[in-house]
Each structure stands twice: as structure tokens, then as C-alpha cells.
Design a protein around this ligand. Sequence first.
Ligand code: SF4
Length: 588
Amino acid sequence: MRIAVVLEERCQPDRCSYECINYCPKVRTGHETIVKTEDGNGIKINEEICAGCGICVDKCPFDAIKIINLPEELDTDLIHQFGENTFRLYRLPLPEKGLVTGLLGANAIGKTTAVRILSGEIVPNFGRYEEDASWKKAVEEYSGTALGDYFKDISKKSIVTALKPQYVDKIPAHYSGMVEDLLAGVGDDYERWVEMLDIEDTLRSKVTNLSGGELQRVAIAATTTKDADVYFYDEPSSYLDIKQRLKAAEVIRKKSEENRVVVIEHDLAVLDFLADNVHVLYGSKGAYGIVSHPKGVRKAINSYLHGFLEEENVRFRETEITFEKRAPKSQWHSKPIVEYNRLIKEWDDFVLETEKGEIPEGEVVGIVGPNATGKTTFVKMLADVIQPTEGEIKKEIDVSYKPQYIKPSFDGRVIDLYRTEINRSINNGFFQSNVLTPLNIQDLYERDVANLSGGELQRVVITLCLGREADLYLIDEPSAYLDAGRRMTTAKVIRRFMEKTNKGGMIVDHDVYFIDYVSDLIMNFSGVPSKKGKGEGPYDMRSGMNNFLKDVNITFRRDEETHRPRVNKLESRLDKKQKSRGEYYYLK
Ligand code: SF4
């Protein structure tokens, strides 16, 4: 079975000469295999007569075409196709009462489509996109199966669904009133969730005045308060620090005791803690996605890291992602790139104090700690974006800084942005093979910056930051918007870049796997959020992570197979044992 997909966001007929049509051997012998669309904004490929030679794929200057051979038997599992030459989703997960079902996979591989179908928002068409889809047909298609029963319940509205959307930052555009009014309008028992999520202070605030982390927790509280049967949480950990992530996970787990719950989550430590079983989604981004059979959460995450699904016999990534069993040895003999005295920064309602410290060359310092305790303020002082009230930063060095919140402010294509800002780097062989290629940036060159997705923009700005000539690279929340696989690749890229160029790196992030993968040293932040913060370190990995986890009262163990960190259940035997020994993270 052959599928042909034209990626709409990449196809730009006004910028090419229809090389796909001109070079197609079938077109040249008189077949209408590829034709222009009626509106002239794209092309159509006839899958029936396409020979699958792949010439159009090679000739398209914008990588807009995918021609893929799939096993014939998959055809009966086609759940939804948006239109001709567009994305297809094969198979669906089925939520079960009493369990949290996780969905794990790359961006643009069908997770959100699956959730939209299961929540009743999209009626599946089983590939017959030219017909009117209906729930009646969906029930018939899967009659006699559990999925058919689920469709029947959705069509009769005998089950109610609740969905926490992915992009919580869009909520203020739809609701501008008080948080308390918003929650009271959803249901009566919101107070218990508000308390569990630690957002009592936001109740009298207007939704428009909330931070990203507060918005996320209000959205989780609202979804959880709704009286429904099936709950969907799309990326519940974005904008939250590790403690808040685990509290959100506890709320979702509590909800699953009496209901069906589906979660999309890219933070693997959180998914591991949260989900009972997981469906891995694999395929080709933007072209097709296949939902695997459910697996236990440990097995699913380990398979994802291996890049291989044993039961399906499918390799979906060439390289494995591996973790160190023990903390890396401290390299304190490295020469410092930047040194600073005790620093104080005072605002009207917030004060930050950091200890004297230094950043060694060739190494990455991971910065961890709760939200609103001054991590970004510290990074901005080092980047010379703001000045300390007291203290001195001894540096005559150049700093390249990627801020936490990124906006597409450039008017033009990605390649134009790079030519303007980092022209030397994009023509440098080392930079191409160690940064641009592993992050697949060349695929984005022809795209308009304004039209990039959150994850694509994140990759572009990380690359931009690394492409500037500097001694120290300060990267604030690089994992935001990236899927789990991209997070690990990005961590590897940053680490290798610092090692090979002997530059210094400082990374602020809340994803424990990302921090574990990228860091040589750890700097700790603590304090009272939005009132006062304290920065200490950098310390070696083991001490720094132990300090941090002690502060948030969480212990991690190492998975025997992959050595990835796994959260211990609070008050479990291992949790108690590790705490009594002061071993919150790495063992000696
Ligand atoms: Fe034509 Fe070959 Fe492309 Fe099929 S794969 S549309 S035959 S160029």
C-alpha cells in the first residue's frame, strides 16, 4: 500500500517551477499522476497510479512530498484521513476505567488527532474523506468491538468528555473573568483540586493576569472539576516546575480512580509517575501515525528510549537514548569562563540573592528549582540584560542568550533569519553536522518564521543561540514545546557543542531527564515563589541534584535497563531508605 502526502505548510508553488510534475516519469508518459490543484496553491498526487519512484520527493526544493510504502494489512486499521494527500491515523487507543492511559510520540504524529476523535470533536471517516462522516457509520464500522461501543456511547451522548487543551496561554483570549467564577461555573467541588494544585492564591485573580504555570493549573482544576466520564489532559506539565508537575500528576491519578483518563505528556519522568499503560505513536511526522498496542508504562518508555517496539517489530529511531548510571565525575579543574561575587537583585516585591560562583569552560551547568525563585533573573544578569543591585560579575566575555518566552518576531524565512544573524555558523561544517543536522533545521529553512509551530520555533531559536559567537551560552527552558525524542536530541546537541568548543553552557529547565542528560554541574534555586529567591552552587551533579530533590522531598531511583531516573512513590520502602541515607538522586 502506497501513500502520498503533500505537506501543505511546506508546499510553495509560487517559489518553485513544479519540479515534481516536470520530473515525474509517469507524467512524462502521459499520466496525470501529479497535477496542480484547482486553486493553484498546491499539487495533488494520484496514489493509484503513482509508481513510488520517489523522484518528486528528491526534486521538491521544500521537502513537501512524502511517498511511503506501508504494509497492506494496515489499510483496515485506518481511522481518519483529513483529505487527499494528507495525514492519516491508524488505530486508536481505548481509555479504560481506573487507569491513566498515556500517549507517547513525536509531535505531528497523531496524538492530538486521537484525542480529538475520542473526545467526540472529530468524527472518524476511516479514510473516506470525500463522504460525510457520521457516528452512525463509525459505530457500524467497529460494531461488536470495544471501540464500537465507545463510539456508540459518544454518539448517544451517554458519556461526557472533558478536555484540558494543550495551549493554555490561549485561555485568556476566551475568558477574562475571575478564576473563582470560572471554576464555579464548571462544577461545585473545585476547592479540593484547587487545594491539591496549590492555587488558592489565584482564586480572586483575573484569568488575564495569570502566569503560564498558574494558567496551566487552573486549566487542570477546571477540567478535573467537570462532571464527565472520560478526561483528556493534553500536555499538563508545560510551564510547571517539578513539584507542581508531580502535584498535577497526583490530581490526574486521583481522577482516574473512578473514571477513564488519557494523557499526552512529553516529560518522561512525569509520564512514568502518572500513567498506568502507554500507547507509543510512531510513523512519519505530518504523513501518518500508528498507535501501538498498550504497554505497561515502564516497558513503553524503555521501548521509546531504545527506539524499537518489540511486539510490533518496528524500529522507529536509529539511535538509542541512554543515561549514565552514576553521576559524572566533577571537572572542577576546568578554567572558569565567568566568575561572580555574591549578587543581589531587588525589585519592589522580589529579592534574589546568589552565592559567589563560577562557570567552568567546556561544561554545562543545569539550573534547577521552583518557578518564580529568580532563575531567569540570574540568567539575565549574567547575560547583561539586567544589572544586579549589588555585586559584580567579573566578565569580559560575550554571552548568547535564549529567553524563556519565544516569539516569532522575524518577518521572513528561517534561512533569511540565519543569514542575517548567524551566516558564518550555517556555513561551518562543524556547526552543520553537530547542530543543524541533528536538530533537522535544514528542513525548516524555507518556512516562514511566523508560521512555525512552537516546537519548530524552539529548535530555531536554540540553534540561533548556539550559532552566535560567544563564550557563554545561557539557554532558558529549551525543552518547552519539544516532544520527548527532540528533548533528548537537543540535550545531546547542547552538551556536545560545549564539550567540543570548550564554551560554557547554563541551562534552566524543569524536565529531569533533560537536565540529567545535559548537565555536568548543578546550580540550585530555592525560596518563596514571587517573594524571595536564593541561588547556590554550581555543585557536582550528585550534590546538586540531591540538594534540589531534598528541597522538593522527592527521591529518584535508576531504571535497571536504561538507567533513566524514575520517581519513587512517596513513603515507599525505597523512598524512605534513600531519604534516610540522603540519597535523593544518584547513589554513591
Ligand atoms: Fe511521480 Fe514518482 Fe512522485 Fe509517484 S513517486 S508521483 S511516480 S515522481
